[in-house]
Ligand binder design. Structure first.
Ligand code: GLU
Length: 543
């Protein structure tokens, strides 16, 4: 059959040739060793933690090497596309510090290697597809759904490999007359790749993460263009990553099964293959068993979770690096103050089998990160978070900035800063007792103490509170009040003979703490009182 004739018959409107397209995509002018990576999501409106894992790997590899990181939108499946999907992708990732140098932007493209939306590249794919037909490497298939189902069922009953191959590839060698007949009848067709692979042939393949792996040749004539002329993932992957100059394809390991087909496609198209980095799944521990993080079961699967909970971006980035590169934690210990950009990210230190995602660990990192921030920074981050997630709290924060900052200054800046906060959403609860409107009596004074004693102690404290004195004098006064009311002022003495007292100075402090803060545990009470101001302290103590 004349392949040239067939190509014209199937795609008469495609006048461009591969070389015309190639001319639009010159080689990138980058320094030696610079990596070009891409994040290539479908605009479904949902981003999974696994997407961040991949995108962050892309971003680090590109930016660590002076390369380019770009966004390509894989919107060839209209069913999986939501109207503002691209905006959600760009904004969600930007909030996590992942920014693109090039690619799709909300209202168009930025960069010379576009269009970056696959839906706008039909002519490009069809040009290369037409060339494959000319070379006898692709052919039309007019099978109906029913015929394909019949093939599948026969393969199932006969326990054969599924797919369109060998005797099942009924259109592979169809005579041109038969094809013309179908076209005249207006029967839709898909374009299939004419595989020259053999299942008995195995090759070694080097994956940048998995190392050397065995691949078995593909013998299936997969679809490359659907009946509407839109490519499948496989074909678009080969054409786009070639033209856009991707040097490293970072993608989920679930694509490994179709790698043999991708290898064939690059060869058939005459393209140099990029390097592949197949990332392991992100797992979690569930009742002691490892399983995939699931969009349905785990709220932490969605990237929006980290924004709504208020994780500091730097903590999420820091944590991701600890699960992405096994030597990151060691590096962090040796370089506690360094920017994470200074860490030499490498695919060699990535997990081969699956990365365990652990929220407790993330929370610990987050507490450390926040404990090292200044009160002003904590204020600003919390305010930004609150404006989006808790408008009432944002108003309270804005009403008196200095007051809020002084609250957040408690226990900050020293060698051992307090680590109360892991999330911006926890700040409100942490600060609430400083605001009369938010005050809540969380804990009560244990009933083993007499209400009269408590009252007398509170009254004595109110009568003697001097907010100008140093902490030692302030505490000396509490000791004196303790002694006056039959509570031991000295802990050693109390422990030696507890029966002789109603309680100790620690109990007296606890009464005051609960009266002033509503809780058993609070930051340093002396500091708390100074910030609250005498009027509020007395009002609470005398309540
Ligand atoms: N659109 C594909 C996905 O979302 C991209 C895979 C790739 O990065 O090649 O899974």
């Amino acid at each position: 059959m004349d392949a040239q004739f067939l190509a014209e018959l199937l795609y008469p409107n495609i006048k461009t040739l591969p070389q015309d397209i190639e001319a639009r995509y010159p080689a990138r002018n980058l320094p030696e060793g610079a990596k070009v990576t891409r994040f290539a999501p479908s605009p479904t409106g949902f981003l999974h933690i696994g997407n961040l894992y991949g995108a962050f790997t892309d971003e680090r590899l590109a930016h660590n090497s002076g390369g380019v990181f770009y966004l390509r939108i894989e919107d060839t499946d209209a069913k999986r596309t939501v109207p503002n999907g691209i905006q959600i992708i760009i904004e969600t990732l930007a909030k996590l510090g992942v920014n693109f140098d090039e690619g799709a932007v909300i209202d168009g493209d930025k960069g010379d290697y576009g269009p970056y939306r696959q839906s706008e590249r039909a002519e490009i794919y069809q040009t290369f597809a037409k060339q494959l037909i000319r070379e006898g490497k692709a052919y039309p298939c007019f099978c109906t759904e029913e015929e394909l189902t019949a093939i599948r069922e026969k393969q199932e009953t006969e326990k054969l490999n599924p797919g369109y191959y060998g005797e099942f590839a009924i259109w592979r060698d169809a005579p041109i007359e038969k094809i013309q007949e179908k076209l005249q009848e207006g029967v839709p067709f898909v374009l299939r790749f004419k595989s020259d692979g053999n299942l008995n042939n195995k090759h070694k393949f080097r994956d940048e993460i998995k190392g050397e792996i065995d691949v078995t040749e593909n013998d299936i004539d997969h679809v490359i263009l659907k009946s509407d002329g839109i490519p499948t993932y496989h074909f678009a992957h080969a054409v786009d990553d070639h033209l856009m100059g991707t040097t490293h394809v970072i993608r989920d390991e679930s694509w490994l099964s179709t790698l043999p087909f991708h290898i064939q496609l690059f060869k058939a198209l005459g393209f140099k293959m990029p390097k592949y980095c197949h990332t392991a799944q992100v797992l979690k521990l569930d009742n002691g068993n490892k399983r995939k993080i699931s969009k349905r079961k785990d709220p932490e699967a969605a990237l929006t979770y980290y924004h709504s909970q208020g994780y500091p971006v730097s903590a999420v980035r820091e944590y991701l690096l600890t699960i992405l590169n096994s030597n990151f934690e060691e590096w962090r210990l040796a370089n506690p103050e360094a920017a994470i950009e200074d860490f030499k990210f490498t695919t060699k230190k990535m997990s081969v089998s699956g990365s365990l995602f652990d929220l407790d660990k993330l929370n610990d990192i987050s507490k450390n990160v926040i404990s090292r921030m200044s009160a002003e920074e904590v204020y600003e981050y919390t305010l930004t978070w609150a404006k989006e997630n808790d408008v009432d709290f944002a108003k309270i924060l804005e009403a008196d900035r200095d007051y809020a900052v002084s609250i957040l200054s408690i226990g900050r800046g020293g060698k051992k800063p307090r680590k109360d906060l892991a999330l911006w959403s926890e700040v409100k609860g942490y600060m609430s007792f400083f605001y009369d409107d938010l005050f809540e009596a969380v804990d009560a004074i244990p009933e083993s103490f007499s209400a009269e004693d408590v009252k007398a102690i509170c009254n004595d404290f109110a009568a003697s509170y001097d907010e100008t004195v140093e902490q030692n004098d302030w505490f000396a006064n509490i000791k004196a009040i303790a002694e006056k009311n039959g509570f031991c002022p000295d802990m050693k003495q109390y422990k030696a003979n507890p029966e002789a007292f109603k309680g100790s100075v620690a109990d007296v402090s606890m009464f005051l703490r609960i009266a002033v803060t509503g809780r058993m545990n609070s930051p340093d009470l002396y500091e708390v009182m100074k910030i609250l101001g005498k009027e509020r302290v007395l009002a609470r103590v005398l309540k």
